[in-house]
Design a protein. Structure first.
Lengths: 129, 131
């Protein structure tokens, strides 16, 4: 640590820098990416085997609790990964102002809303009579 | 605060496209595209939960020419983002930065994207009985 370090002792010890959250965002993006590798491969295989199916076959597929669980994890992990990724894209191209703030809020709200709606749909198919 | 006459760094178009830069921006483009694709996924599963008629409408769209084209682009984007994402994870772990390795892993991601997409679509048509 040099003599010219102008940060306060608190800023130095928390080590979070100007973005305020340190490596948290970066790490969660990687963590969700690792989880999504097997989940996406499983999902593509599942959806390929459901090609051209009717609603009854989809319901029968989600009667298997493991399939329902993996689908919920895919949706949760996928929308989380998407939210983190789009946030970086917005931050890269919109440097300030109302547009940036509005897009960041829209990104968060839309990701959570779509994740919630999709997961609710899976649960309804998996648990519904 | 901002002064309008400050010099800017050279912009993207002055650089010759290389496999490193092209695959890098393609990762971002496919990522944003997959974000739009999640709207299709959400529609598909919500339609299934809504009932057989709503689901038949959704499946009818996905089975149409436009629907199949969208799904083909979706599949390519998904497998590219997946394989190139693994490439990024390997870099994050600290490996594969030699120029030769970067080129090889880049082409591997491209070939894997095409091969995985072909496998998925051939399997899909086999399930449907060729229809």
């Amino acid at each position: 640590m040099s003599e010219r370090d102008l940060r306060t002792p608190l800023a130095r010890v928390t080590g979070l820098g100007a973005a305020k959250d340190g490596t948290g965002h970066w790490w969660l993006q990687r963590l969700s990416a690792i989880a999504l590798v097997p989940l996406v491969l499983w999902f593509v295989a599942s959806i390929v085997s459901l090609s051209g199916s009717g609603q009854a076959e989809v319901k029968a597929w989600l009667d298997n609790p493991l399939a329902a669980l993996l689908f919920v994890l895919l949706l949760g992990g996928g929308f989380f990964h998407l939210k983190l990724g789009l946030q970086v894209v917005i931050e890269d191209y919109f440097h300030a102002g109302a547009a940036k703030l509005a897009l960041l809020i829209l990104n968060t709200f839309a990701s959570i809303a779509l994740a919630g709606a999709s997961i609710l749909a899976v649960l309804k198919l998996a648990l519904g009579a | 605060m901002t002064s309008p006459n400050r010099p800017l760094s050279p912009h993207l178009q002055v650089y010759k496209p290389q496999i490193t830069s092209v695959l890098s921006i393609l990762h971002r483009i496919t990522g944003v595209g997959l974000g739009l694709g999640t709207l299709l996924l959400a529609w598909w599963v919500i339609a299934a939960a809504a009932g057989p008629e709503a689901f038949a409408t959704a499946q009818g769209f996905f089975g149409s020419i436009i629907g199949r084209l969208l799904l083909l682009v979706f599949t390519l984007a998904l497998f590219y983002h997946l394989t190139n994402g693994i490439r990024h994870l390997v870099w994050d772990a600290g490996y594969g930065f030699e120029l030769r390795t970067v080129t090889i892993s880049g082409w591997t991601a491209i070939v894997a994207t095409v091969v995985l997409t072909l496998i998925a679509w051939i399997a899909g048509y086999a399930v449907r009985g060729g229809a």
